[in-house]
Design a binder for this molecule. Structure first.
Ligand code: SF4
Length: 344
């Protein structure tokens, strides 16, 4: 490690010791470190902000205090508790990973990055973060915060997507062999409170003297942006079927793929251009004028709603809207339900 890298991590850790955030998953001392808690938080934090994760983390931990408890829970309960966090594949992987840790590793998470990466839902970043934070391993942790900070420190002239290797090399040079977990968390804190995306507080930055963007006064130029690709729009027909008792037809989605294992209102295929509806059952279908638009990470979905009163002997899950809380309904389906119930 170069002298500059050593003083960089020393200065950053000195700042961290005084200014670290208090977060529910952070250990107060080394004896308090629990790999299950670190893993749970890191999986929840993938693509989700800290304020949103806090409540979910605390509820999960209160309900399933150990990895054994989570592994023994029905998948439906986990999906249900995950509602609102989005990216439901993470919840399915979380559950599968807990089962694997219990069945294959006797309830103890592997300590190496390689061992962790072999588990469901744990990629390079999460494996490095758990190895460093939970097991004190020398691991190079690179998340979006680290990428942003490094592109500014070194004024990297190309977008992050095409500079991953270079960023990793710099990150590796800067990561100390001691206190790697604290260092990783210090970088996260620096990225969330000082070196923020839009208005970095360079005046308060503990590593200002190492930063080339600070010297040039152009911090917000980095990371260099990529031209954004337009999100495509897909189209769907949603079928709100009600029986004579006012119960609504629901069904469970396949476990694989988008919203896998969640409960939905029956719909048509989601097509790339508008198509006429193919109704699931012959009935006096009524077109509802309210359209529902929902945005997923890779596309927008425009839903046209149809309503009919049908026979209850069809193979659906029949639930009164007051019972919807018992089911793992994604945000899209909640929106559709609200629109269908408010339509005249
Ligand atoms: Fe980020 Fe500014 Fe610190 Fe550079 S000086 S690392 S741009 S906050």
């Amino acid at each position: 490690m170069t002298t500059q890298a050593t003083t960089f991590s020393r200065d950053l850790l000195h700042w961290y010791d005084q200014h670290s955030r208090t977060l529910p998953w952070r250990a107060k001392c080394d004896d308090d470190i629990n790999p299950y808690k670190v893993w749970l938080a890191e999986v929840m934090l993938q693509q989700t902000t800290v304020p949103t994760v806090k409540g979910y983390y605390e509820r999960f931990l209160a309900r399933w205090p150990t990895v054994e408890d989570l592994a023994a829970a029905p998948l439906d309960d986990v999906l249900h508790a995950w509602q609102g966090l989005g990216y439901y594949a993470r919840a399915r992987n979380l559950h599968a990973c807990a089962q694997e840790v219990v069945q294959t590793y006797n309830g103890c998470f592997p300590e190496t990055e390689e061992g962790l990466r072999a588990l469901k839902g744990i990629g390079d970043y999460t494996a490095a973060a758990i190895a460093a934070i939970a097991f004190g391993k020398h691991a190079v942790v690179v998340d979006g915060n680290v990428e942003r900070i490094i592109t500014r420190l070194y004024r990297i002239p190309s977008p992050v997507k095409s500079s991953k290797k270079q960023i990793y090399q710099y990150a590796r040079t800067l990561t100390p062999t001691e206190r790697s977990g604290d260092y990783a968390q210090a970088m996260m804190d620096l990225g969330s409170s000082i070196c923020t995306p839009r208005q970095p507080s360079c005046q308060h930055c503990p590593v200002q003297s190492y930063c080339q963007a600070y010297v040039h006064g152009d911090a917000t130029t980095y990371p260099v942006k990529m031209a954004k690709a337009e999100k495509p729009t897909r189209y769907a027909h949603m079928f709100w079927m009600v029986d004579s008792q006012g119960r609504v037809a629901l069904q469970q989605r396949a476990h694989q793929g988008l919203l896998g294992g969640m409960t939905e209102i029956p719909s048509s295929e989601w097509t790339l251009s508008p198509a006429p509806p193919i109704f699931p059952v012959a009935a006096a279908w009524q077109f509802l004028p309210s359209q529902v638009r929902h945005t997923f990470s890779h596309f927008h979905l425009e839903c046209t709603l149809h309503r009919a009163v049908v026979q209850e002997d069809m193979p659906y899950i029949w639930a009164h809207p007051t019972e919807f809380g018992k089911y793992a309904l994604p945000s899209l389906i909640k929106k559709v339900a609200r629109a269908a119930m408010s339509a005249k």
